[in-house]
Ligand binder design. Structure first.
Ligand SMILES: NC(=O)c1ccc[n+]([C@@H]2O[C@H](COP(=O)([O-])OP(=O)(O)OC[C@H]3O[C@@H](n4cnc5c(N)ncnc54)[C@H](O)[C@@H]3O)[C@@H](O)[C@H]2O)c1
Length: 241
């Protein structure tokens, strides 16, 4: 995997090599923006990967990988507990990405957002078995409006339904010993491309229209490259015991 550090490019592994316990990884939401970049990187590292996704955005981001014998693709809903239990049973590690993502999507169908983001996460935590590792892609949106830098000790105060459902999911994950990482806004090209994300949106406008409007130019936000997120999400798996 290639990561960017300052201005230089550094080679980094998706997962530290000393973690021999994790061989089979279940990625919920694996056909989405983050997942469709993460899954090929995990396969390149030698993992057996199962993607569990309802394919809201289609299956095409995963099609180039479909012939890989170490990839299993299962169409399913995190709200379908029986089917979820079945795919979870053999996993050494679960990366839970499936969600209704972002403020606009959650506002469009608040009930669905609460169901998928909270009940869907509960279905995973409820069925987690002893020894299985769970990592959850949470979001900086849990913080709400913060002056200065956020740390793990910064109290969370989500301003949107998206942020509050993700914060509820985080708590469920923490309660069963899983790890939630509050990712910054992701940017970069992925097989399932999201042009609604700020950097991607501005880049797209700059390329197509040669111009864009920058509102609140003095605001500061954190960003994370899409090819760096798999390394961060796999960091907790190095913690054994
Ligand atoms: N993209 C970002 O900037 C960002 C930042 C912080 C956190 N996150 C988190 O990362 C995760 C992935 O985000 P993304 O940007 O890849 O979004 P995405 O919408 O591209 O991917 C979400 C995936 O989840 C699947 N999904 C939705 N509902 C489902 C259900 N009921 N059952 C099974 N699958 C379902 C969708 O089909 C989709 O493939 C989310 O949990 C999100 O909250 C993303």
């Amino acid at each position: 995997m290639t990561g960017i550090q300052g201005e230089s490019v550094t080679e980094v592994n998706v997962v530290p090599r000393d973690d021999q316990n994790v061989k089979k990884v279940l990625v919920t939401g694996g056909a989405g923006y983050l997942g469709s970049t993460m899954v090929p990187m995990l396969l390149d590292e030698g993992f057996e990967v199962t993607v569990y996704d309802c394919f809201s955005w289609g299956i095409s981001p995963l099609l180039p990988l479909a012939s890989n014998p170490r990839l299993k693709i299962v169409k399913g809903d995190v709200l379908d507990e029986e089917s979820l239990k079945e795919v979870m049973k053999d996993a050494d590690a679960i990366v839970h990405l499936a969600a209704i993502v972002g403020y606009p999507a959650c506002s469009k169908d608040p009930e669905l957002a609460k169901n998928v983001n909270v009940t869907g996460t509960k279905n995973i935590t409820k069925n987690l078995k002893q020894g299985q590792r769970l990592v959850y892609a949470s979001t900086g949106s849990c913080y709400g409006a913060v002056t200065g830098m956020c740390t793990e000790d910064t109290p969370i105060s989500p301003l949107t339904l998206y942020g509050s459902t993700k914060a509820d999911g985080e708590k469920l994950v923490r309660d069963v010993g899983g790890v939630g990482l509050r990712l910054a806004t992701v940017f970069g090209i992925s097989p399932r491309l999201r042009l609604d994300l700020l950097v991607n949106d501005l880049t797209n406008k700059a390329i197509k229209m040669r111009t864009f409007d920058l509102y609140e130019g003095s605001f500061r936000r954190t960003f994370l490259h899409v090819r760096t997120q798999p390394k961060l999400l796999f960091l907790p798996f190095n913690i054994t015991g």
